[in-house]
Design a protein around this ligand. Structure first.
Ligand code: ADP
Ligand code: ASP
Ligand code: MG
Length: 477
């Protein structure tokens, strides 16, 4: 039996000493049952945002404010380490804690050095940005590995940058699977063979030359899947702050239900279309090796969570979940002179390709094409290039609502129910993906949350008990 399990704990699962203690207990519980875990951790909650803001503040020349941010982070991490070592304040300084504080001081000193340099130069390159944000996971993972020792776990810190080899696309680097597999064999497997729990930071990697990179926001999930795929784990567990994948973001829709099982394909669509609970790239390495992925709640570990499996179980409801992606722009490209001519779409997409800009949704007529894009700083340059071919206009503050479920295949009347439920909302673009498991439409960003609640009421008021579950503690009627 394969006892290897990758356990990834997100920012809220390591946000403070109490959360880290819960995490240690969950891992210890797995070890006691005979599993061999590899632990992947995020930076403590909000740390990545604060590091990004420190880097931007320094690059604007405001050195004092940038250093004030890292000073607060230094104190937060040192206090957390103290609380984890002591439980309560010990009379004698613990030598392990002294050592922990010493490397934290030295790491924060180097970080401050980078920020001072940034303030002097006044320019933030993607490469330096990755360097700055990497401290979040570098420090959290080392601190957590050391803290595990206080809870009777034999743990070993592994610098993720020694294993997660990527290309040099800073901010969204592409992992190199074969090299990762080789490095994991070298740096992770020996610890497991010796009965230690390897603990590594998610989200960060390095090029073959050793330059620090990151995998994109939310990328610790991706690390977990890369490690799971690389070591042929028997399971990948994504531990977070909700009971699993829910029928909608519970922050938007408090009535959201837990989805007990969902297919890889459904989960991938949801993640891609904005369900923050999983990073969009997470599923692929797991699919390739058919490794089951579980999404679980570190604040409620008894709950069964969500199991992501190769095939979808039969479900009475057409949809499993509703995702929303915000901060989108619709671009309309109209070229009457292209009527009946070929090559028009190719010419348009060459422009997006040139600017390395992904397109979420496309709808076309004979002479016009509407596209939905992430709102980003490249849009004016893209529009300028496209205007050589056609008339272009674009408008931001749009949201894409995406309803996902294998059971929409071949069911009649679903679109009518969707559009009836949100009849008061102005629809901009509609699409049903070729995979036939999603139905998506663009609306104004301000209408998104209301639309999700209306759709949820329409499709999840009589849930299939085989697939959906209400949170324990919440009334079932
Ligand atoms: P972590 O720090 O553990 O990676 P994230 O904040 O990245 O956690 O993801 C968990 C959050 O995702 C939840 O708190 C929830 O608000 C949000 N979320 C969005 N869509 C969904 C969904 N369909 N199911 C569950 N959570 C969702
Ligand atoms: N800390 C990173 C982020 O906030 C990665 C992660 O948490 O998954 O984006
Ligand atoms: Mg996340």
């Amino acid at each position: 039996m394969n006892r290897l399990v990758v356990m990834k704990f997100g920012g809220t699962s390591v946000e403070d000493p109490a959360a880290i203690r819960r995490t240690a207990q969950i891992v210890a519980g797995r070890v006691a049952k005979g599993s061999q875990p590899v632990v992947v951790v995020s930076a403590m909650a909000k740390v990545t945002d604060l590091l990004i803001s420190a880097a931007n503040t320094a690059a604007r020349g405001d050195r004092a404010s940038a250093l004030a941010i890292t000073e607060r982070l230094r104190i937060r991490h040192k206090d957390t380490a103290t609380a984890l070592a002591n439980g309560s304040k010990a009379a004698q300084p613990d030598p392990m804690l002294v050592a922990t504080h010493a490397w934290m001081e030295s790491d924060f000193d180097s970080l401050d050095e980078i920020l001072r340099g940034l303030a002097a130069v006044g320019e933030l390159t993607p490469r330096i940005g990755d360097m700055v944000v990497s401290y979040g996971e570098r420090i959290s993972s080392r601190m957590i590995a050391e803290a595990f020792a206080h809870y009777g776990l034999k743990a070993a810190h592994v610098d993720a940058r020694s294993c997660i080899v990527t290309d040099a696309q800073h901010g969204k680097a592409i992992p190199q699977d074969a090299l990762i597999e080789q490095r994991l064999r070298q740096h992770v497997m020996p610890h497991i063979a010796e009965g230690r729990v390897p603990v590594m930071g998610g989200f960060i990697g390095a090029t073959e030359q050793g330059v620090t990179t990151t995998l994109g926001r939310g990328g610790s999930d991706f690390t977990a899947a890369l490690v799971g795929g690389g070591i042929d784990a028997g399971a990948i567990e994504i531990w977070t702050d909700v009971n699993g994948i829910m029928t909608a973001d519970p922050r938007v829709c408090p009535e959201a239900l837990r989805v007990k099982t969902i297919s890889f394909e459904e989960a991938a669509e949801l993640a891609y279309f904005g369900a923050k609970v999983l990073h969009p790239a997470t599923i692929l390495p797991a699919v390739k090796k058919n490794i089951p992925v579980f999404v679980l709640n570190s604040k409620n570990p008894e709950n069964g969570g969500t199991r992501i499996t190769a095939l979808a179980a039969h479900c009475r409801s057409p949809f499993k979940s509703i995702a929303v992606k915000k901060r989108l722009t619709i671009m309309d490209v109209v070229a009457s002179r292209m009527l009946m001519s070929h090559g028009y779409l190719r010419a348009i997409f060459e422009v997006f390709d040139k600017h390395k800009c992904p397109v979420d949704m496309v709808s076309t007529s004979e002479v016009s094409v509407s596209l939905s894009l992430d709102s980003n700083e490249k849009l004016p340059a893209i529009a300028a290039d496209l205007s050589k071919l056609a008339d272009v206009k674009y408008e931001g503050r749009k949201a894409l609502v995406c309803m996902v479920g294998e059971n929409i295949r071949g069911q009649n009347g679903i679109a009518a129910r969707v559009f009836q439920a949100i009849r008061h909302v102005n629809l901009r673009m509609i699409s049903q993906g070729a995979s036939e498991i999603n139905m998506s439409f663009m609306i104004e960003e301000d209408d998104a949350e209301e639309a999700v609640r209306c759709l949820h009421a329409e499709f999840f008021s009589d849930p299939d008990p085989e697939i959906f579950d209400r949170d324990p503690g919440r009334p079932t009627a």
